[in-house]
Design a protein. Sequence first.
Length: 584
Amino acid sequence: MKFRSIFNTITLSVAALAFTGCTNLEEKLLDELPSSQNADPEASLAAAYGQLGDGTFVDHGSVFALQEYSTDEALLPTRGSDWGDGGKWRAMHEFTWNAGNDVVKNTWNQLNYGIAKSLFAIGSINKSSISNKALFLAEAKGLLAYYTYTTIDLFGQAPYRDPDNQSAPIQVRKAETTIDALITEVESLIPNLADLKTQNTHAGRFTKQAAYALLADMYLNRAVIRNKTAGTFNFMEQAVNGGGTDMDKVIQYSGLLINNSMFSLESNYFHNFDINNDDSKEMIFSVVQKKNSNRNADNDLAYMSMERIQKPSPDNRGTNASCVTPEFYYSWNGNHDDPRFHRYYQYDDGTWFRNDGTDVSVPSSSKVEGTGKPWFHFNRGLQAGQQYGPKIVNGNFDLATDGRIKVYKLYTEKNTTLAADFTPELNFDNPLEAVFTQAQINRGVRNFKFEFDPGYGNNGTSGMDVPLYRLGGIYMMRAEAYFRSGNVTAALADVNKLRTGRKREALFGNATGAAIASLDADVLFRESGYELYWEMYRRKAMIRFGKFDLAGTAKPASQPYRRIFPIPQTALDASKDFSQNPGY
């Protein structure tokens, strides 16, 4: 069975990517995955990396949708005439998805493309005699492990075939047996991987440090992956290759990152999600997004939560889609002064955008790259209540006589008499259906955690790197491993490191976050949300903490089989190699 016939025809553009010891990759067009692996191995590896950012981990409708819209953090309701789309978005939160759901199918396909491109890169590199062959091969295998791990976590099974044999049959790797093999594989890669920032590597490459993070993640979730529908999970199983328990391994691998002087917590938490976050000291493994390149970039993580009337530039706008749930918003009660909850923007002349009705104008000196038009900076973090911002007059921001951008009370774009007042309560007319009328489209607290990049006036272009593993998440992994091992004191210390390691803006005297005095499972779960909200982490945490099946806003109590998504019907129709997951 041909490799390409299983994974469909793939056409991709590969942007320039520098590798040590070889020339920079030129733009290359790979028409399909060639039937012969006598292809450029560097381009093949670049294609495998490119799939991370080709929607898979940067678009709201792929891995993000399955890992976040299915949780107590996020949902995408139907808003009046928008975002109905046959109910595919609501299904993610209402737990009515099935094997025909387009979001499920899209995510499966994109992850399969990642697996396919990684396997092709491995075969191509194996047949080559390029310099740094061992390094490139280890990176390709690391990417394969990352794509496969994500796929078995979400779908319980993933495809594989021998990368060196075009005629080899497709194998189906089942989660319960594959997780241990993946751990063993990634551990074996470490000697051949480069340390971050050596051999021309950066956080967008799979380095030793990326391997440590992936291993900590896999060990933290190993008990769940092995039996995801179980009533309880044994997190204290003997590790795959000895040397203590699963949690001991999480502590070991996370410690290799926490104790590495290359990494430190950013005092400004939101810098991890800025357009220029490629210099973040927390970034371990990320999706590198580049404007004006052939590699796809995406503003979705910022764009989806903004109201259409909220315009970072005269050429950009939000889309009034996703919001946070009341449960998640109210979990912050008593913690609104936490530096991770919200941050005001300060312009270069000292003006603060307070977004409270007191703003008259802000400077227009900040300019959008590529257009030179004024850039309006919204605040970051969770946005509740009445919103304020610029208006468009004759195609540009309305400016005061002194050239500053006027600030107005905003009304929703599609219901111009409805104030853009983001209410924590959603109050759906039917409590189990995430549907708003046109008179209700202002509801829901919005998340501006990720910075909107208005560069070149294109909503689909962003220079913000999307973190897959960063230091804050590693601290949370270790805290949970300590907690599950019975060392609550060490777990509390890690949680408080995150709380006190961040600082508020100068408007609040650069105050640090406050420590907490005690820790239990519910507090630890809440703290994981504070640190990692909207980073494609929540679903795994909810399953580990026994909260995924519970009823919530627009979500009924659900059965354990929903912890795994169905194999798309299109995949079952195309191949007899896969079988449907139980319950579907």
